[in-house]
Write a protein that binds this ligand. Sequence first.
Ligand code: PXL
Length: 282
Amino acid sequence: MYEMKRVVSIQDISCLGKCSLTVALPIISAMGVETCVVPTAVLSTHTGGFKGFTFHDLTQEIDPISAHWVKEGITFDAIYTGYLGSFEQINLVGKFFDQFGGDGTLVYVDPAMADNGVLYPGFTPEFAKEMGKLCGKADVIVPNLTEASFMLGIDYVGDNYDEAYIKKVLKDLTGLGCRTAVLTGVSFSPDQIGAMAYDSETDTYASYFNEKLPTSFHGTGDVFASACVGALMNGKDLTGALKIAVDYTLACMKETAKDPEARWYGVSFEAAIPMLVHSLGR
Ligand code: PXL
């Protein structure tokens, strides 16, 4: 028997596109963890490659939803935030942390807003700085190097870095105020990619790498973040969670690459769910 953990994920619903909530919900649920949601916006698709997507902002819903939950005495084992739909939402989510954080609740922030050196449509450098403040209120953050660079106000160096550079960025990220920073998509050799983390409380680094494929896919950041928080909720330590999340993300990419019918707008995360569940070892 195990006691079911409860996570709340705060990010958008891209109705089609295999990202944010349509990825977090099935992945975390499959890992045996209850997954509640606060949708930050409803979009017809994600913004990475589709033209003419709709966007309905749900900023006004955040306070009433949390007020109801406070009244009901609801608590969460983790709060996992991703893509936020407006500047104002950053402050509202910070307030949500104050209401539902503490008491062992893991505050986990994926500052989903940029990749490959550029911000997603609609985001500004000011938004990124504000997101940096939200990361300061988290226990664990999981940016990629682009997001980290925007939040720290440093130049994005592309693939042009070494281990010492990544270690410095990780330390600087914890300087925002979070205990642990994880950098995703880190690669120190042409055939390996993975994640590296720094725990400021123990002053230790953790990392895990696996095979690097020649292609990249949309939505892998959300897949990684969901599997990683799911693994932490399953009692894995940081290194164990990085391994589960990296291996699962790679498996999703391989499933996508081998299927000629695979959708172009995200990874075939569904096909690798049995492997993910198996990797939890329970
Ligand atoms: O995968 C991150 C993400 C989440 N939500 C929306 C997006 C993206 C990335 O493009 O467009 C709406």
